[in-house]
Design a protein around this ligand. Structure first.
Ligand SMILES: *Cc1c(COP(=O)(O)O)cnc(C)c1O
Length: 427
């Protein structure tokens, strides 16, 4: 006779029912532990978050919002969503929070739905300069359904060109102005964006997908007081479950809620919402604030180490969890660098740099992030070591005897480093 199960995940059960998938899960854990995870949008979420996300809450249909659902039996999951909302409100000082978006892209779709009509002009950071696909790319709904007007970084400083933002806003009178990016390492001047938005009567939307976790830990300034709406993910620096969220001023609350459900989503993922609540609770702790400060210190230490090794930091460095490096004068392109690092168990991505002469599939740069390694306990001195290993890998000519030997040697050193401070030591 089997006992009723009240919660998951039960790994023995998975192994019995589906050994192939069980093997993939352990394989992924081994991969995470076996290398350096430097992808700037990734992290290592806590066991508590994993437990909430792998729970029986996945079963519940709860279309609607707490206290106002289209289904019965929501009294328990309502408590999870209410807690998630209340914790996020207090963490970020937001008037209104919606925790239902399934992802960052879904949260962004809801922002367009709440504030714009097809064809409206939307002013956002250019994709090759660090913007996101959902900020007006032609291969995304945003570029297909709206008129994207891109702004850029300055050639000399590689910082956002606020003069250009203002000029374009005055010419195009956009419905929405978007601040926020996927590959911009510096603090954003939210007050400057607010004043431009006010001047032209635009909605100011801050896409904080990448850096909201640093805001939660008070490591960088918050966009919440400046923006009409803030979209975010919960799985990047914030270290929660994969998902999205929205915060807005009270006057936009109804428009935002309706834009998520019923306009663009069906039933919310209550297991993920419960896990978001767990992440917000974790983010309220002193421990988390120390983590957030360390994430920035670690990105700066890595940036310094790579600069010392002859790479050029775009904009000269970082204020956040990520940094972008131009490899042109090493004579190595981004694609090659990514592959060489992968061979040494250093996981990162190639990235276009501003005004990149190379096509996007090749790219002249790499992007690195410090959140995941900080979660596994790395400090600034570890990051210096990471920088040395990374630069050895980038310079090693794979396919030559010496290069392959060097990559194997770097991989050995990576193994030694991650064995001292492993990801998921208790799993
Ligand atoms: C990651 C990211 C998104 C999309 O988040 P997903 O959860 O991958 O859909 C949106 N905007 C920005 C700026 C991002 O960095």
């Amino acid at each position: 006779m089997t006992e009723p199960r009240f919660s998951g995940p039960d790994f023995a059960e998975l192994e019995a029912v589906d050994p192939e998938i069980a093997d993939i899960v352990t394989g992924e854990l081994d991969r995470l532990r076996g290398g350096l995870q430097l992808i700037a949008s990734e992290n290592l979420t806590s066991a508590a978050v994993l437990a909430a996300q792998g729970s029986v809450l996945t079963n519940k249909y709860a279309e609607g919002y707490p206290g106002n659902r289209y289904y019965g039996g929501c009294e328990v999951v309502d408590r999870a969503e209410t807690l998630a909302i209340e914790r996020a409100k207090s963490l970020f000082g937001a008037d209104h929070v919606n925790v239902q978006p399934h992802s960052g892209a879904n949260a962004n779709l809801a922002v367009y739905a709440a504030f714009a009509q097809p064809g409206d002009a939307v002013l956002a950071m250019s994709l090759p300069h660090g913007g996101h696909l959902t900020h007006g790319s032609k291969v995304n709904f945003s570029g297909r359904w709206f008129t994207a007007v891109p702004y850029h970084v300055r050639r000399d400083t590689e910082l956002i060109d606020y003069d250009e933002v203002r000029e374009l806003a005055l010419v195009h009178r956009p419905r929405i102005i978007v601040a926020g990016a996927t590959a911009y390492s510096r603090e954003i001047d939210f007050a400057a964006f607010r004043s431009i938005a006010d001047e032209v009567g635009a909605i100011l939307w801050v896409d904080a997908a990448h850096f909201i976790g640093l805001v939660a830990g008070q490591a960088i300034p918050s966009p919440v007081p400046y923006a009409d709406v803030v979209s975010a993910t919960t799985h990047k620096v914030l270290r929660g479950p994969r998902g999205g969220m929205l915060m807005c001023r009270q006057e936009h609350a109804r428009a935002i809620d309706k834009a998520v459900f019923p306009f663009s989503q069906g039933g919310p993922m209550m297991h993920t919402i419960a896990a978001k609540a767990v992440a917000f609770r974790e983010a309220q702790t002193e421990n988390y604030r120390r983590y957030a400060a360390q994430v920035v210190a670690n990105a700066q230490a890595l940036s310094q180490s790579l600069t010392d090794a002859g790479m050029r930091a775009v904009s000269g460095g970082t204020d956040t969890h990520l940094a972008l490096f131009d490899l042109q004068h090493l004579g190595v392109d981004g694609r090659t660098a990514e592959a060489r690092c992968a061979a040494a168990a250093i996981v990162l991505n190639k990235n276009a740099i501003p005004f990149d002469p190379a096509p996007p599939a090749v790219a002249s740069g790499i992007r690195v992030g410090s959140a995941a390694v900080t979660s596994q306990g790395f400090d600034a001195s570890d990051m210096n070591t990471v920088g040395v290993l990374l630069s050895r890998a980038v310079r090693a000519e794979a396919g030559t005897v010496g290069g392959d030997r060097e990559l194997a040697s770097v991989k050995n050193d990576v193994t030694a480093l991650v064995t001292r401070k492993p990801a998921y030591p208790d799993a």
